[in-house]
Structure formats: C-alpha cells, structure tokens
Design a binder for this molecule. Structure first.
Ligand SMILES: NC(=O)c1ccc[n+]([C@@H]2O[C@H](COP(=O)([O-])OP(=O)(O)OC[C@H]3O[C@@H](n4cnc5c(N)ncnc54)[C@H](OP(=O)(O)O)[C@@H]3O)[C@@H](O)[C@H]2O)c1
Length: 412
C-alpha cells in the first residue's frame, strides 16, 4: 500500500493461486455449488482461465453435474452411481469431457493430479477420496468434517508423511485458521466456536419430540445440505466441530469451547494470554471461507454476502443448554475419551440422521440412538484408536450395524 507509515509488505501476485487446477468432490451439493460460484466469480473478475477444473464429482444428481460440466469445462466429470454412466455420457456428448462412473472413479478423480481438491462430499463417503488427495500432495480444502472426526489419527499420520496440506472450510474452523497465531501457540488460552443454535434453539424438549424433518432442515441462517442441517438442529454439528478443531489445530479439549450466537455473524473467538480476544466476522455465507481456502495463502475476491453492521440491533452470546441438546454433550464426552470414540460417534450419528430423515425415528431418537450405540461400543473399543483407513472403515461399518439396531429400540 503506498503512503503508509507502517510496514505493509510488497504487492501480492495472485497468478500462482488463480492458475491452480481444482478438483471439486461433491460439486452438486451446497458447498460444491458455492465453490463453483466462487470459481465463476473469479473467472469474471480475474480472467476466464482462473481456476481451471480437473474434475467434478456427484453421486446421483446427473442433470446438475452435466450442467456444471458444460459451464465449467472440467477435464473429467464423475458420477458415483454407476447406473447413471450412460445418462452422463449422453448429456456430455460432443463436449470432449471424460466421463467416469462408480465409487472407485471418485477415488480415482481425487487421486489424479490437481493442485487443489475441495472435499465437499457429505459423510464418511468422502473419507477415502479426501485422504487420497492429501497423500498425493494436494492442497485439500476440507469441508467434510465427518472424515476428519472419523479418522483423525489417520489424517494426522498422513499429514506428517506427505507434502499435502489441509485448509479448513467449515466456517468456524476457517475463521480459527485465520485467527490462530501458531507461532505463539503457548499464548492461546481458548478457542470458542460459535453456534447459531439451529431452528430449535428456543424449543422445549416436548416440542422437539414431534419435530419433523422439514422443520429440522430449515435452518434460520445457513442454507446447507440435509445432513448438516439436522446436525445443526441437534447441535451434533457443533460437537463434531469441537472434535474437528481438536484434530486440526492440536488444541486440548479444555481449551475448546462452544457458545450460542444466534446471529451467525461471529464465527470464532480466540483468546490469548495477554487478555486479547480476536474474533472473525462475516455474513453467514460459505462463499467467504471457500474463497479464503481457494486463494490461500492470498486473499481473493468472493461474491459472498457482506455484513451490514447497521442492520444489527444486537449480537448475543449464551451458553448451550446441554439438557435440551444432549448430542453436544455426547460429542464432548467422545472428545475427552479420544481413541475410537469419535469414529463411533460419527458413524452412529450418520445412521441416526438417516433414520430421522426417513421418518423411522423421531428427532429426540437421534441422541438416543447415538448414546445407545456409544454405550454398546465405546467401552469395547476403549484404548483402541483406529490408525489406518481400513481400521476406520471396519469400525464405521460395525458401528452402523449397531446403530441400526439401536435406532430400532429408539423408535419403539
Ligand atoms: N453446507 C454447508 O454450508 C456446510 C458448511 C460447513 C461444512 N459442511 C460440510 O460439507 C460437507 C458437504 O455438505 P453439503 O451441505 O454441501 O452436503 P450436500 O448438499 O448434501 O452435498 C453432498 C455432496 O456429496 C455428494 N454425495 C452424496 N453422497 C455421496 C456418496 N455416497 N459418494 C459420493 N458423493 C456423494 C452429493 O452428490 P448428489 O448431489 O449427486 O447427491 C453432493 O454433491 C459435509 O460434510 C458438511 O458437514 C457443509
């Protein structure tokens, strides 16, 4: 900056980040489409060659995937559901875009060289591709918190043994990544993740007992996929995020906290030993953390909504009510236990949310299912940390079977 009296550094050249070849895993989801919105904006703002796409992937939304491929021109488009191969091939006829199909093809797309991978598949399905991308040395923008929670130790070992880096995309962790001064880790007193409180923030337990999937997925501030929306309604999302923060940033459980902040303007607070508290604010729009991750370590322009402070009459903060939101407490216990507990928690929760969305259990049955599964398995597994992808997937599978049984009891 010209004319400044303080040290400001040199002008930044954005070319190295705008030239990055990007793979988007889960391009048809909420984070995936927001990522392509940021890419579209960059191509308009900086030039049409910005962020050339290597591959985009979806599970079954073949129409949106084909439309994205036609607009963004990736080298490869991948549909996870193998029976949809012909539909995608027909839709992309004459474009020259390679079509792949099946679960292995998603892993292949993640493994194929590109500079950056957006990990935006939902749930444990994203685990193997995200790990493969990290291991081959990509910059991995990780939105998929389930894979980090389920396989923390596996990611830790992989990160130690490869050139790849993980950049958090979850808004709170992205905010924390921007706020944490890792060079002065000794001075970090507390990292506080904010939670909106979800659609049932003010509901009684009695009222929550009859909450429908439609009510649970209509989040007051964020527009997200169904699974994470239900997790936000139970506050399991914040519990998973505590574990994610512990794994990503190496902070001990006692330095991690959660506070309810209904306006979703402040995403994270970091308190330092000198009494300073640094906060990160932005509008609740995933395009901000996505742009930060795509541009890291530079900052690029994003089409995200902007905060208008004149619109706020107040910013409120309150303690979470663990009696009404037991999932947060279950996650805290798993964070303390470590070992296999987070893997079990995550798999049990994925099953419970699926059962709730399928109307096979009620809203309060989610916590009951997770709790029953944890008490059945966590003691059995105590002291055993899954250390390889195979061990994580085996435990994930065994937990799912138990959770299905437990959800039958929860439904009864
Ligand atoms: N949404 C947010 O604002 C937000 C914020 C922070 C973190 N996250 C995290 O980001 C991840 C994605 O969330 P989302 O809300 O974007 O989810 P979403 O809208 O449900 O999208 C999920 C994406 O994954 C694909 N997919 C689903 N099942 C798959 C499978 N078995 N194998 C391969 N691909 C599969 C979907 O393809 P189809 O469309 O073809 O089904 C879609 O592209 C989650 O881990 C979530 O916790 C999301």
């Amino acid at each position: 900056m010209n004319g400044a009296l303080v040290p400001t550094g040199a002008d930044i050249d954005l070319a190295p980040v705008l030239d990055r070849r990007v793979t988007v895993l889960g391009s048809t989801g909420s984070v995936g489409t927001a990522t392509l919105d940021v890419v579209r904006f960059a191509r308009t703002h900086y030039g049409p060659d910005s962020f050339p796409l290597e591959a985009i992937t979806a599970q079954k939304n073949v129409n949106l995937l084909a439309a994205q491929a036609r607009e963004f021109r990736p080298r490869t488009a991948v549909i996870g559901e193998a029976s949809l191969r012909m539909a995608l091939t027909d839709a992309l006829f004459g474009t020259g875009i390679e079509v792949l199909a099946g679960k292995d093809a998603i892993l292949e797309a993640a493994s194929h060289p590109s500079d950056m991978v957006m990990s935006a598949i939902v749930g444990t399905a994203g685990l193997a591709p995200t790990l493969a991308a990290l291991q081959r040395g990509a910059i991995v923008a990780v939105a998929n918190k389930e894979c980090i929670v389920a396989a923390g130790e596996v990611f830790r070992r992989a990160a130690d043994n490869c050139q790849g880096v993980l950049i958090p995309v979850d808004s709170e962790h992205n905010a924390a990544f921007q706020l944490l001064d890792f060079a002065q880790a000794h001075a970090i007193e507390k990292l506080t993740l904010t939670a909106s409180g979800g659609p049932f923030r003010t509901w009684s337990l009695d009222r929550m007992a009859s909450a429908t999937p439609e009510q649970a997925v209509s989040h007051p501030n964020w527009s997200m996929g169904a699974k994470i929306s239900v997790d936000s309604a139970t506050l399991m999302n914040k519990g998973l995020e505590l574990i994610e923060a512990h794994i990503l940033f190496g902070l001990p459980p006692e330095k991690l906290d959660v506070i309810i902040h209904a306006q979703s303007a402040v995403h994270c607070l970091v308190a330092y030993a000198d009494g300073s508290v640094l906060g990160h604010l932005s509008a609740p729009d995933m395009k901000t953390p996505i742009a930060y991750a795509l541009g890291w370590p530079r900052r690029i322009a994003s089409p995200s909504r902007r905060l208008d402070f004149a619109e706020f009459t107040q910013l409120t903060f309150e303690k979470p009510d663990l009696a009404r939101f037991p999932c947060l407490q279950l996650a805290r216990v798993c964070l303390q236990m470590g070992g296999a507990a987070p893997t079990i928690l995550n798999a049990a929760n994925e099953v419970a949310v699926e059962q709730f969305l399928g109307r096979r259990i009620g809203f309060l049955g989610i916590a009951r299912t997770v709790e029953r599964t944890l008490s059945a398995l966590a003691r059995e597994m105590s002291g055993r940390t899954p250390e390889t992808l195979e061990e994580v997937l085996a435990l994930d599978g065994a937990t799912r079977a138990r959770a299905r049984e437990a959800s039958g009891v929860a439904a009864a």
